[in-house]
Design a protein. Structure first.
Length: 325
């Protein structure tokens, strides 16, 4: 039994589910937002330690002790039933349900893709990613994460103003829930320097700008690696950050990594406790591979569509593995 935790609209899950169905795999697609309004969850523990964990959805009842693998894709957080209208009580219900789900998932003796929630949260910490990548011999750009305006100004002068700025985490997305506003990597300008004092309100990531021949999206699935070139320098829109997508003018091709970079990527994913990871790198004009970050649960379908790399098949293989991790 495979459980896929994701929302109702998820093309990545759709692609993998199509393959699971062709192979006759038993699976349940479940969104945590359905709990508790449209699903019930029970956990029981006997004096001898035996447990019974049952999830009841509107369609079926599932013995979670039978689950072999859980793929934590992109579930929505629990939502209180409409009958609970007071905002404070709604918040209470949703926090308690989130705690219940997290606790239950962590009791199950099954494989996880990419990892349980607690491991994902640790793996998403940017300073940890950078430290581990450096220990593994991957090249990094000079980096400063700070809320100190003077530290930023010193770093700016050290690199002659040739910097980019990034958000540290996902706080903006959470704070602006439901908004389409996004903040991508940007070049630091002299105007930004004029507002340096505002850095004290929240930390930011600053890195020396890395010249690009191409950008690389390296998707690790278990022991397999799928590297793709993103020719972001061919379009003005994507020169600083390919996530500003201009697919018509930004070619994507498969890429062969050097053995040492390949080994470093695999080991980084292992050290973070993951079985999947989407790594961003830059290949510089002089042939250096520079690590930027890893997204423990990053998107991949556009890479598969553009390059033909069989990432969904690899995920399907991993979900259906018979042996315990």
């Amino acid at each position: 039994m495979i459980i896929i935790l994701t929302g109702p609209t998820d093309p990545h899950a759709d692609a993998v589910i199509e393959r699971l169905e062709r192979r006759g795999a038993e699976y349940l697609r479940f969104d945590e937002a359905d709990y508790p309004a449209r699903a019930n969850l029970s956990f029981g523990c006997a004096p001898d330690g035996r447990t019974a964990t049952i999830l009841r959805t509107q369609e079926r009842s599932v013995d979670l002790e039978r689950v072999s693998t859980i793929w934590r894709r992109r579930p929505s957080p629990p939502e209180a039933p409409a009958a609970v209208q007071d905002p404070a009580w709604r918040h209470y219900v949703e926090l308690e349900c989130e705690a219940m789900l997290t606790a239950v998932w962590h009791t199950l003796p099954c494989r996880w893709l990419p990892a349980p929630t607690s491991v994902l949260r640790r793996a998403d910490l940017k300073p940890l990613q950078l430290k581990l990548a450096a220990e593994l011999g991957l090249e990094l750009p000079p980096t400063l994460i700070t809320s100190d305006p003077q530290a930023f100004l010193d770093f700016y002068r050290e690199h002659d103003g040739d910097l980019v700025s990034k958000l540290l985490g996902t706080a903006l997305t959470k704070a602006l829930k439901g908004s389409q506003l996004a903040r991508f990597t940007q070049r630091v300008t002299r105007r930004d320097v004029g507002y340096a004092d505002t850095i004290r309100y929240a930390p930011m990531i600053f890195q020396a700008y890395v010249p690009k021949q191409v950008e690389l999206r390296i998707t690790v699935v278990g022991e397999q690696i799928f590297a793709a070139e993103i020719h972001s320098q061919k379009a003005n829109r994507t020169r600083v950050d390919w996530r500003r997508y201009d697919m018509t003018h930004t070619p994507h091709y498969p890429h062969t990594l050097p053995d040492d970079v390949r080994r470093g990527c695999l080991e980084l994913v292992r050290r973070l406790g993951l079985r999947y990871g989407a790594i961003d790198m830059v290949l510089t004009p002089d042939g250096r591979y520079v690590f930027l970050e890893i997204n423990p649960n990053g998107q991949y379908l556009w890479i598969e569509t553009s390059t033909g790399l069989p990432i969904s098949d690899a995920i399907c293989d991993l979900l259906m593995e018979r042996e315990a991790a």
